[in-house]
Design a protein around this ligand. Structure first.
Ligand code: ADP
Ligand code: MG
Length: 696
């Protein structure tokens, strides 16, 4: 089979380039090469009039003549400018290198086709380092859509650039005499009107026209997303058949009494809806796996508490797991306070609870006397045994991976119901891909009376104004966070920033109490500093992102983020969520340097414009791509999509999911002959892709 052939036998490749392809792009066979898709295409059949050209266009072609050459600038800024016109207007062609060569090669008043990416400088449209071909030599109809392939620096140095890959593909195509084996069933292809694989692979590299290209892309994206979904749904269906869920039949005294007499506020409609969804799940006989998304401050904890009461009403225990000790403590205090008098034994278990106290808790758990256990990862250690754990709530999912989830399941004869809560709003498309096996509930409404946080952008040369503002807020009795970035590669520099920042703040506010928290402090010291702020003894907290998750100090109303350009959008939003929890107007101040990259400017703009976590998450996905999204890495579900783009292909994903659902429903035991192709293909993908087998 030609697809299995080593690429080194393709003409134009050879052993050296084959090694490079293998090393840099993991391309070994002709098959691998065929699945290395262009990242863009340039329509080389169209010529634009110069007066139509704008700086935000992608690659374009114009046809015309150079009128004059001119050099400008000095030293490294020295450049050659050719003024180019087609009669409708002028465009500047610019070269920073090879000036002599260009001048000797191209002539004024000759007809050229110019190809390149336009941009605007000083109000004039220009193309830097364009391709020029004498118009007489260019056959426009032969050019068509030209594919562009990503290559690495190493490859470029060996002249293995996009053009070289294009040539290889051209040499491969005639070798594909027989149709490539199909990877989707005739039924799916017919129902979804998909292009056959064979045509899709040809058109994805050398599209016959725009329409064929779109068809090819659709087909390949669909296939990719379909198998991701089939994989997840397959696992989920296996699990459902293997494990039954505890059935929580009734709503009893704990829940009802709490609802009637203890609930300190009216639930929001979103909280009510989500509680109904959870109740339906836990009463259905299947094991619940639900992801509860709600922006910071949306009141997830109350939903958790009331879900746990449902478990108790049905004779089961419940646990609530938080990512840090501080948070576990806070949950413990909140819950004890809210349930005071209800007659429920609630205990806290963290790494620092030892000795006799620990033994008491563990034996209470085993006897069933402890009804609710709150804690950190200490909850899933060996030796922590429940009598009958019915529900596990996990707060802040993104610190909690698949492996830990599995350990939780082993805590009971049957896996308990699992409710995962996250404040990192995951866009729907991404949630479906990552946690396709989790049902998703969303709290899309904040409790009433919250004042939206005012977000401001300020340049870092305005420290006086900033300090005056902080002073004013402190005088009104508020507390302030000042956050510095901490990014692994440059921990030392960051720490220096923080330490300098801290002493600066101490100098600026000699009469105030300033505390400090960072990742390299001993946990005990960190906790002590944190507690001082929580108790209101310190007015200012200087910290790294360790405070990002969950901490609740309602009196803190100002979040100053230093070097805001170095934070991702989700992170900025998380940090901002630390304020705005009390009754006072809260502020988030993003401090940056003067010069900002385009991306950074956009991030800051979005933050200033909106408080909506989902909008921010969607924007983040668009700006950064899903691979970088916080949370995906830690969940052990890094995935690798070759062509589909979660930020853009939501509809295709939805479709792929529906089709995959139908297949799994119709053929739960993988026995139908018509689906054999699908199960074979899935097996192959699982075998070849480690990431895929990690999804469970
Ligand atoms: P998060 O979703 O970020 O975990 P919390 O559960 O910490 O949010 O809730 C934030 C604050 O809002 C808490 O002080 C909580 O008591 C309060 N709260 C929750 N639900 C409501 C509600 N329906 N009405 C008023 N306040 C609420
Ligand atoms: Mg919370």
């Amino acid at each position: 089979m030609i697809e299995q052939l080593d690429v080194k036998y393709i003409s134009g490749v050879g052993p050296q380039r084959a090694t490079l392809l293998a090393k840099e792009l993991n391309i070994h066979s002709v098959f691998d090469l065929l699945y290395y898709f262009p990242y863009k295409y340039v329509d080389r059949s169209k010529i634009y009039a110069i007066n139509e050209v704008t700086g935000d266009m992608p690659y374009i072609q114009v046809r015309g003549q150079i009128t004059t050459f001119e050099t400008a600038g000095e030293g490294r800024g020295k450049r050659l400018i050719a003024h180019f016109t087609d009669g409708t207007g002028f465009i500047d062609l610019i070269w920073f290198q090879g000036i002599k060569y260009v001048v000797s090669r191209y002539k004024v008043h000759q007809e050229y086709i110019v190809f390149g990416k336009p941009s605007v400088f000083n109000g004039r449209v220009n193309i830097a380092h364009p391709d020029l071909d004498p118009a007489s030599e260019v056959q426009l109809s032969n050019l068509g859509m030209q594919p562009y392939y990503n290559t690495t620096e190493k490859m470029k140095r060996s002249f293995l650039n996009s053009h070289a890959i294009e040539k290889m593909m051209q040499n491969v195509m005639p070798l594909l005499k027989e149709p490539l084996p199909e990877t989707l069933t005739p039924e799916i292809i017919a129902q979804q009107h998909l292009m056959p694989l064979n045509d899709a692979l040809r058109n994805i590299h050398f599209p016959q026209n725009n329409d064929a290209l779109r068809q090819a892309q659709l087909r390949l994206k669909f296939e990719e997303l379909f198998y991701v979904q089939l994989n997840i749904l397959r696992y989920a269906s296996d699990r459902r058949r293997k494990f039954r869920g505890y059935v929580f039949h009734h709503v009893g005294a704990f829940f009802n009494t709490f609802y009637r007499d203890y609930l300190p506020f009216e639930l929001t409609n979103a909280q009510k809806r989500v509680l109904r969804e959870i109740r339906a799940d836990m009463g259905s006989g299947k094991q619940m796996n639900r992801l509860l998304q709600g922006d910071v401050g949306s009141g997830k904890t109350m939903v958790a508490l009331m879900s746990m009461l449902l478990a108790l009403d049905n004779g089961y225990q419940a646990c609530l797991m938080a990512p840090t000790e501080i948070l576990a403590n806070q949950h413990y205090e909140t819950l004890c306070h809210q349930m005071d008098g209800l007659g429920v034994r609630v205990e806290l278990l963290t790494g620092s609870i030892k000795g006799k106290k620990r033994e008491e808790i563990l034996s209470g758990l085993q006897s069933g006397d402890v009804r609710i256990l709150i804690g950190t990862h200490a909850l899933i250690e060996d030796g922590v045994n429940f009598a009958h754990l019915g529900l596990a709530v996990i707060d802040e999912q993104h610190r909690f991976g698949v492996a830990q989830r599995a350990r939780l399941w082993a805590k009971s004869t049957q896996p308990p119901h699992v409710l995962v809560m996250t404040a990192t709003p995951i866009p729907r498309t991404l949630a479906m891909t990552l946690y396709g096996d989790l049902d998703v509930s969303v709290i899309d409404e904040l409790p009433p009376g919250r004042k939206p946080i005012a977000t401001l952008h300020q340049f870092d040369n305005r420290r006086q104004q900033l300090n005056a503002f902080i002073r004013k807020q402190v005088n009104e009795g508020r507390q302030i966070y000042i956050v510095y970035p901490l990014i692994k590669e440059s921990e030392k520099i960051d720490l220096k920033n923080l330490v300098e920042g801290y002493s600066q703040v101490c100098d600026d506010f000699p009469d105030l109490t300033v505390c400090q928290v960072h990742g390299q402090m001993k946990p005990a010291l960190k906790d002590e500093q944190m507690q001082r702020f929580v108790r209101g003894e310190a007015q200012i907290m200087v910290a790294t992102t360790v405070i990002e998750v969950g901490v609740n100090v309602p009196n803190a109303s100002v979040m100053v983020i230093q070097n805001a350009e170095r934070f991702g959008l989700s992170q900025l939003h998380q940090l901002r969520g630390r304020v705005g929890r009390g009754a006072d107007q809260s502020y988030c101040i993003l401090v940056t340097g003067f010069k900002l990259a385009e991306d950074t400017r956009k991030r800051i703009e979005i933050m200033v414009r909106t408080n909506d976590g989902f909008e921010i998450a969607e924007a983040d996905l668009k700006l950064r791509g899903p691979g970088d999204l916080e949370g995906t890495q830690q969940s052990g579900m890094a995935f690798d999509l070759k062509i589909a783009d979660l930020a853009r292909d939501g509809q295709i994903l939805q479709l792929a999911r529906e089709v995959a659902e139908r297949v799994v429903e119709e053929d739960p035991t993988c026995e139908l002959p018509k689906n054999e192709l699908l199960w074979q293909q899935l097996k192959k993908l699982r075998k070849n892709n480690i990431n895929w087998s990690a999804i469970s």
